[in-house]
Ligand binder design. Structure first.
Ligand code: 0O2
Length: 277
């Protein structure tokens, strides 16, 4: 029998998980910076444990030389979203990526597992650049709502506790809770627009404040301390009043001031801040 160097085999999978986590988290950040709704709530990832790989190979009768071909979830990414509607958006977003080639779709939402498990799985080809050159591997991407994830995580620990043989009474309860989770997801979808509106307005406020603070810091380099104090006081006053329209107006006014300073500095008339100011 060939010697299996587990850590050498698993290393590219760990690289793939690290890279995809970074890329998908950056995607979420880009949405937020643009002030757009992001269907991704959060992303996690893991390399399947050696015990879990061995268990799966045993269960499915997979020989060692077929492990990388047939165990498709050695590298696993999990994307959690708020609403069932987000799942399709995320799936389309992944299909558009040129670093992923989707080779299989397992829709356990339309066809949930007997256990009650609901989730949307994509198996993709992904290439990592190792020291020995490029290597194409499988990555399994699971997309599910927060409610589905709560259920799956709880049920997974039960599977672990009962070593895959969950007592019928407990299994029945889990099926009932899986139904309740589906009802909950439907209810959340019904108020989706309102929840999204609230979240977008809080994101807009966050972006405005970030922008304002950056502009004030830039102005600090080119204008007098007294003027910056006045600008800041005005900002805190408007912020404390909590009127969004006023905050937007203030942001735009401040932008105009910054632009006029920029124009002045292009014309060679920009003044520098000094501590004596
Ligand atoms: P771990 O600990 O993350 O490694 P099959 O069962 O044959 O239909 P297959 O080939 O196992 O399907 O692949 P599938 O369906 O994509 O499942 C792989 C992963 O999906 C599992 O990995 C779980 O993370 C999740 N999953 C699938 N079915 C269930 C379920 O009934 N309950 C829960 N909680 N999760 C499930 P591992 O190997 O279980 O886990």
């Amino acid at each position: 029998m060939d010697i299996v160097l587990w850590h050498k085999i698993l290393n590219p999978y760990a690289m793939a998980v690290d890279e995809l986590l970074l890329k998908l988290r950056n995607t979420k950040r880009s949405y937020q910076k643009r002030g757009e709704y992001c269907p991704i709530e959060h992303v996690t990832g893991r390399v399947k444990s050696i015990t879990s790989i061995l268990d799966k190979m045993q269960k499915k009768g997979i020989p060692f030389d077929k492990m990388e071909e047939e165990v498709e979830d050695i590298a696993g990414i999990r994307i959690i979203c708020q609403f069932v509607e987000d799942i399709e958006k995320i799936s389309e977003m992944l299909m558009r990526r040129n670093d992923l080639e989707i080779v299989q779709v397992k829709d356990y939402i339309r066809n949930h597992k007997e256990s009650g498990y609901r989730s949307y799985h994509l198996v993709a080809n992904y290439t990592v650049n190792t020291l020995d050159g490029p290597k194409q591997i499988y990555v399994e991407i699971q997309i599910r709502t927060m409610a589905m994830d709560f259920w799956a995580t709880t049920e997974h620990s039960m599977q672990y506790k009962y070593k895959g043989r969950i007592p019928q009474k407990v299994a029945n309860r889990l099926q009932t809770t899986a139904e309740a989770i589906t009802v909950m997801d439907k209810e959340m979808s019904a108020v989706r627009e309102e929840i999204m509106d609230a979240q977008m307005s809080s994101q807009l406020r966050y972006n405005l404040v970030e922008d304002i603070v950056t502009t004030i810091e830039n102005l600090y380099q080119v204008t007098s301390r007294r003027q910056i104090e006045k600008i800041q006081e005005e900002f805190y006053r408007i912020y404390s009043e909590g009127d969004m329209d006023e905050l937007i107006h203030y942001h735009d006014q401040l932008d105009l001031i910054a632009q006029s300073y920029k124009a002045q500095s292009f014309n060679g008339a920009g003044g520098m801040h000094t501590d004596e100011d």
